[in-house]
Design a binder for this molecule. Structure first.
Ligand code: ZN
Length: 347
């Protein structure tokens, strides 16, 4: 099993967490088996239906706030060399979301190190509300929980994960101590939304057998073998999914080589070998973090697609940005999000 899968003990046991942002991925599973939920998958609430623009409506390709966006990208790229290693969370406050607002608070893991404004409901609401402002509601209705976390300053800033009890719904996690820089926060939230966009259960139906038997390598390998498309870890991506197409185009040629690296158990050796892999294929990746996995690569490429000007087709890395321009619904979504970021970015 690769390092995406990691056990945590204690009260985090009820939570499932994957795809940390710009840091090592993690998938948190309970140590004790939990009864399977009913076999029928709950469909995504209000499946997003792309809104076609009115005939006269112009699709936005250039944002109204180009300098702001360029500062966001600069912040993201300057963070690119920060540690990618996962640290233990010592603060985990979980909110349910009702009517697009934070509702009940549950202190799953309390830390004495987090206090004052970072622990305050006002701070937590401002974080959720910012995400809710920049991402259209129809695109994130399956995000039903918001977790405010911390692993100390630095390390993981945010993550998303399918909910353990209903994995077609997801949780967004944000490290409250890492949110002072609104540029990095904005980039990171865009990256996390890239995961939600490309891994939600319409794109990748959840494989519950794998999910609830996370230590069983045989079950995992069977599921991979039975998947004619790209298997993301959550499940077998649909044939038309964004990530399957992205994988076919940009990853299939070196996937075996990457897998050899990904299977290394020793963390130091793993990161050294991943650096070597990145050096070999440097012109194919937009950031240092992108080679971590196809899922991280598409999330990084999505963030560049939304927040950067349209690039020339002069590198494979740029082709990954141009990839999204092939989907009219995503070009429209980009325009919508850009308007929202320009409007909602904290002064
Ligand atoms: Zn990520």
């Amino acid at each position: 099993m690769n390092r995406k899968y990691r056990h945590l003990v204690g009260t985090l046991a009820l939570l499932l967490s994957t795809l940390a942002c710009r840091a090592a991925t993690s998938l948190i599973f309970p140590d004790t088996p939990t009864p399977l939920p009913p076999a029928t998958l709950t469909p995504l609430p209000n499946t997003p239906i792309p809104t076609l623009p009115a005939p006269t409506e112009e699709i936005i390709l250039e944002a109204a706030c180009p300098l702001l966006l360029s500062d966001i990208m600069d912040a993201a790229l300057s963070d690119a060399n920060s540690s990618e290693k996962f640290s233990e969370e010592d603060y985990y406050v979980l909110y349910t979301i009702d009517d697009d607002k934070l509702k009940t608070r549950e202190d799953v893991v309390a830390s004495n190190n987090i206090g004052g404004e970072y622990d305050s409901r006002a701070k937590h609401e401002s974080l959720w509300n910012y995400f809710a402002e920049i991402i259209p509601e129809d695109e994130r209705k399956f995000v039903t929980k918001f977790a405010v976390t911390s692993d100390g300053r630095g390390e993981i800033l945010a993550a998303v994960s399918p909910n353990y009890d209903n994995p077609s719904e997801w949780t967004l996690e944000v490290d409250t101590l890492d949110t002072d820089d609104n540029f990095s926060l904005t980039y990171t939230l865009m990256h996390e939304f890239g995961h939600l966009l490309t891994l939600n259960s319409k794109q990748v139906p959840v494989n519950r057998r794998v999910l609830y038997n996370i230590d069983d390598i045989d079950i995992y390998e069977q599921a991979v073998a039975q998947c004619p498309q790209y298997f993301t870890g959550e499940g077998c991506s649909t044939i038309d999914s964004y990530i399957n197409e992205f994988f076919k185009r940009f990853w299939s040629h070196f996937y075996e080589e990457w897998q050899e690296v990904d299977e290394i158990d020793d963390e130091d050796v793993y990161y050294d070998r991943l650096d070597d892999f990145h050096d070999t294929y440097q012109d194919q990746f937009l950031t240092d973090y992108a080679p971590t996995s196809p899922a991280e690569d598409i999330a990084e490429s999505w963030s560049f697609f939304v927040l950067s000007p349209k690039p020339d087709n002069n590198s494979i890395a740029n082709e990954k940005i141009l990839f999204f321009y092939e989907y009219p619904e995503l070009v429209r979504l980009r325009g919508d999000i850009l308007n929202r970021v320009c409007e909602a970015f904290p002064e």
